[in-house]
Design a protein around this ligand. Structure first.
Ligand SMILES: [Mn+2]
Length: 269
């Protein structure tokens, strides 16, 4: 069983005595990239660490899965990340039996920064029971087609609400979308040249809000943010594949409030 943790951008999965906490997009070191543009602020990692520790206290997980983009610099690691990532991961590693990392597009050269015992999974993802998990910047492994639900991060979904007087608010959201598995299978197999003839039950895709809320997100209710325009590096191939009903996707605030579908919310952006 998998449930969103109320008021946190996190999932808790329970499975025969195991409790797996899943978070995505920590982007440790994002503020260091601000320094390159002349804005110097203290490291925000202690705040991330406090929030993670609170979450661990609340959920009492036996393991933690980091669903990609643990750090911010894409190919290498900045000095701040080389210090902050091991310290943060070591702290959470001590609290659980296992720490798993599914790498995202920002996780180049992450492996040397992982604490002892942490397990790096393939970027094409992993499945736990009938849930398939991957960061979202790549296609998932073909085996993930056997899952019922796909969970990704990567998009940092937020909803933009614009008041007629010019006020703007952005709220982090969960996104839940219907998924057409035969379409997804077709697209995925075309790339991998594998035969896959089974009856498939997959029906939905869920996007996890980013754990690091400091760097904002992509407003999903601004035209085609999730599927087309904008920075291609942020567009998930699965969302772009035509197999996900992005317009009909439902957006939920972290506290569980249903805001509406992407289509309905476009009028408020
Ligand atoms: Mn990403």
């Amino acid at each position: 069983m998998i449930v969103p943790v109320p008021s946190h951008p996190a999932f808790l999965m329970r499975k025969k005595g195991e409790r797996i906490l899943i978070v995505a997009d920590l982007h440790v070191g994002w503020e260091a990239s601000l320094a390159q543009r002349g804005v110097h602020i203290p490291s925000q990692t202690p705040k991330l660490r406090r929030r993670l520790m609170d979450l661990i206290k609340l959920c009492k997980p036996t393991s933690i899965m980091l669903l990609g983009d643990v750090k911010h610099t894409v190919a290498t690691a900045e000095a701040e990340e080389r210090h902050d990532v091991p310290e943060l991961l070591e702290a959470i590693r001590k609290e659980v039996l296992s720490l798993y990392v599914v790498p995202g597009n920002h996780d180049g050269n992450l492996e040397p920064l992982l604490p002892e015992g942490a397990k790096m999974l393939p970027s094409s993802g992993a499945s736990i029971e009938d849930i398939g998990l991957f960061h979202g910047h790549t296609w998932p492994a073909v085996e993930l087609l056997r899952c019922k639900t796909l969970i990704i991060g990567h998009s940092h979904p937020v909803v933009l609400l614009r008041d007629p007087t010019g006020f703007k608010a952005m709220h982090q959201v969960w996104v839940k979308a219907d998924l057409n598995v035969s379409e997804l299978t077709k697209r995925l197999l075309k790339r991998s040249n594998v035969k896959f003839e089974e009856e498939l039950k997959m029906s939905e895709l869920i996007i996890l809000p980013s754990f690091n809320d400091f760097l904002g997100g992509q407003p999903i209710n601004v035209k085609e943010t999730l599927t087309g325009k904008g920075h291609q590096e942020f567009i998930s191939p699965v969302l772009r594949s035509g197999s996900v009903d992005v317009d009909g996707a439902e957006a939920y605030l972290l506290d569980g409030t249903l805001l509406g579908t992407v289509r309905q919310l476009r009028g408020l952006a």
